[in-house]
Design a binder for this molecule. Structure first.
Ligand code: GUN
Ligand code: FE
Length: 435
């Protein structure tokens, strides 16, 4: 099928009616025109009678999911070092592994595996950290461009507090490499750059000021980490005596949202009321990464407060803090972690419901990319067909029950995803159904 031609999918369409409610339109037609949703119909209207229809009757069709925060170079060591806490894990596992991406042959093999799994999974959009290395970051971007997914990818900046093998020699060399990288990736269509200071402990004030200048010049979005772990928060308090908190430290350095600086901050586990107000005022997207927050014993983020207070929020895998790329699984993790917070944190708010967690994985994070994550006319035609026959059941189940169950039972999306479209284009490797 050529990109952006008109066609329809037939199946059980499940998406969010609102941030708190799922809707299921059983045996309906989802029509695509020019990469956008043209409409949802119980019977194909006459004006669409000529369209090719892919018949997925009996299967679930959901909007493409968004992974708002992941690390491509960490995919290779997912599931290792999971008994460590954040700062020890960075030293023991992450930095030594990321240093290996200076070697393009290694990067090609490792990034190839990452892109293969991302391509085959239920996510159609992702915000991705690479490493400090310009050339292997470009290689990752080439692979992602071919995958058909829509992504933002960042060459990481770091000029302090890491091993020499990974540290950029100075703020100025880091900024020069960033500018050269931006020139080199200007031609990509679906894979675009995002400025990526790793986090404040890794970046000198001179580097952050230089990145803020690049941001103002280019209007590029920014991604980083915020308030993930108590030792990290305390470290930033010492590094930035000018700021009342971690979020304010980014703000003072020109890297925390605002009208012309779309920003994703991962974690925000320790964002208090003042920091949450700042995130809301600056329109920052929080990438909630429940599996990583569990593995790295970071804690349980105040997601209910984000939702009630109007902070933008989506879900991230944070591989390899998270051990799986599955955002279906992140939906279940978000519900589970919110229950622990409810029980264990003083004054903990009511846990998330499945429809709320599903909304985070679709329209919540999708909003970073525009009108993405619902089957509404004019929204991006990002759609995923799910097959749950690998998990047989003796009793009848509704489509919504089948979806909930897949979130819990499926830790590898490749067992469930049988077809995927991104802006109306079939994702690479996604084939129409055999008759
Ligand atoms: N903070 C700084 N770098 C990282 C990283 O690679 N993963 C996570 N989870 N937190 C970070
Ligand atoms: Fe991360």
């Amino acid at each position: 099928m050529k990109p952006n031609t008109a066609f329809a999918l037939r199946g059980n369409l499940v998406d969010s009616a609102s941030p708190t409610q799922l809707r299921c339109r059983e045996d309906h037609f989802l029509v695509c025109e020019d990469g956008r949703v043209a409409g949802v119909f119980p019977r194909l209207p006459d004006r669409y009678a000529h369209l090719p229809v892919e018949d997925w009757s009996g299967r679930l069709i959901i909007p493409g999911l968004t992974d708002l925060h992941t690390h491509a170079p960490q995919y290779a060591f997912r599931g290792l070092g999971m008994d460590l806490e954040l700062l020890d894990w960075l030293e023991a596992r992450t930095f030594p592994e990321e240093a290996g991406y200076a070697d393009l042959d290694y990067a090609r093999r490792a990034y190839g595996l990452f892109v293969q799994e991302l391509q085959a999974g239920a996510a159609t959009r992702a915000c991705v950290f690479a490493t400090v290395h310009r050339e292997s970051t470009l290689l990752l971007m080439e692979l992602l461009e071919k995958s058909g997914l829509v992504t933002r990818v960042g060459k990481v900046n770091m000029d302090r507090n890491c091993p020499d093998s990974l540290r950029e020699p100075s703020a100025q060399t880091s900024l020069a490499a960033t500018r050269r990288w931006l020139e080199a990736c200007a031609g990509f269509r679906n894979t675009r750059p995002i400025l990526t200071p790793r986090f404040i402990p890794s970046c000198s004030d001179e580097l952050l000021a230089g990145l803020a200048a690049v941001q103002r010049e280019t209007g590029l979005p920014v991604q980083s980490h915020l308030s993930e772990n108590p030792s990290e928060v305390e470290w930033v308090r010492q590094l930035c005596p000018d700021a009342a908190g971690y979020g304010e430290a980014y703000l003072r350095r020109g890297l925390l949202g605002g009208e012309n600086c779309p920003t994703v901050m991962a974690h925000c586990v320790y964002s208090d009321a003042a920091e949450r107000r700042l995130l809301k005022e600056q329109g920052v997207w929080v990438a909630h990464c429940p599996q990583s927050n569990t593995n790295l014993s970071s804690g349980a983020a105040p997601v209910r407060a984000f939702l009630e207070e109007g902070v933008r929020v989506g879900l991230g895998s944070d591989v390899a803090g998270g051990h799986t790329l599955s955002i279906l699984r992140a939906i279940a993790d978000a519900v589970q972690v919110s229950k622990l917070r409810w029980r264990l944190v003083e004054g903990g708010a009511r846990p998330l419901t499945l429809p709320e967690a599903f909304w985070l994985a679709t329209a919540g994070g999708g909003a970073f990319f525009g009108q993405v994550g619902r089957f509404e006319p004019g929204w991006a035609f990002d759609a995923v067909v799910l097959e749950d026959s690998a998990y047989p059941h003796p009793q009848p189940l509704s489509s919504l029950e089948r979806l909930e169950r897949l979130c819990y039972l499926c830790s590898d999306d490749r067992r469930a995803v049988v077809r995927k479209f991104v802006e109306g284009r079939p994702a690479a490797g996604s084939a129409p159904r055999n008759p």
